[in-house]
Ligand binder design. Sequence first.
Ligand code: GDP
Length: 440
Amino acid sequence: MFDNLSEKLDKALHVLKGHGQITEINVAETLKEIRRALLDADVNFKIAKEFTNKVKEKALGQNVLTSLQPGQLMVKIVKDELTQLMGGDAEGIDLSGNPSVILMSGLQGSGKTTFSGKLANYLQSKKAKKPLLVACDVYRPAAIDQLHVVGEQIGVEVYSDRENNDPVKIAKAGVAHAKANGCNVVIIDTAGRLAVDEQMMTEIANIHKAIAPQETLFVVDSMTGQDAVNTAKAFNDVLNFDGVILTKLDGDTRGGAAISIKSVVDKPIKFIGTGEKMEAIDVFYPSRMADRILGMGDVVSLVERAQEQFDEEQARKIQKKIAKNRFGFDDFLSQIQQIKKMGNMKDLMGMIPGAGKALKGLDIDDDAFKHIEAIIHSMTPDERSTPSKLNASRKKRIATGSGRTIQEVNQLLKQFEQMSKMMKMMQGGGGKKMMQMMQN
Ligand code: GDP
């Protein structure tokens, strides 16, 4: 996420981070570099200028040059301003209605349908809500099918009416259906066009008026940079929406949309989409995002994700197995599945402070575990539970079966052995010792 911007800001702040003497000249130089980095990330020119002016003002006001730790203070000022620019405190969505009606708006292809599904899934699993998805795109039958596929995937009911070509009526009927069936959230997916046009705006404005939603969300593809900001403005003029959803932040986005959108439409970014899967949704926290942009990682989100995926029952089972020296490759596989559920690898790595920079250039793809899984799948159940049985001829068979090399098989066995040892040590009271070692 925002690799390029992070790298440039890191370079800009390098001198001030304590790698040299701070002078008025290099503060000015740093500000110039920051501005350039923002412009390269497709941040609006005016916003970039205002940003550096504010940082400068604060730096002067707090006497950065004479402070005890000028570098750190400067980084903090930049971080605070970046947070402010992206929205200050995180804002949730209004779920007070019964049912709460959420209207989705945005261009075609922005990720509306996908996000409607993600949000329904999120509200169902994290907020114990009973959502209903409503398909209001009367122009593309495929869009209705798509929402049904999504609904089936997450186990959420979808209301549609293929005979009706009036989206206002469908939306209203959808809300009535929700009331009659005890659904307490209604998510209305609407039609989009490839570009802003009057008919689309009139249509969504009519739906908006007819159903008076608690939340109107504007979905935008973050890859579109400044265009995203212009589209947001056009939709906001008509709908006065409540929040922005930035999708496709897992891609090679430059960051401009995330940084500029709040100050242009003065509406908070509420959620972000970080992948095509239904789980790839995150609440947007401006301060955590600022940390990530500045290469400081996002440990809080990382721990939260780990906690979400943590399965106590399974953890207990594994603990028992470790104690009895019975931890095998099947357990290893299930651990991998859990990690995979936490999100894509590159995204996870980016949450570890400093890791983004250290791992730059390394090809970490979502399939990082594919080879390991192939090797394990080529083992017999017996070999998986008793890895000590793996002699040379068995290893050769596994390598051939999985299409990997003997070296890779050996490497995996070695890693597995090390991991088992480490887990045993952690269990045997060595955990404290290890923590102490790490802290020293
Ligand atoms: P709609 O026309 O606005 O309803 O857009 P869709 O929901 O159909 O999404 C358009 C495309 O973007 C689909 O191929 C989605 O899988 C993809 N997409 C949506 N959200 C994300 C995301 O957060 N990350 C990635 N990588 N792809 C996404």
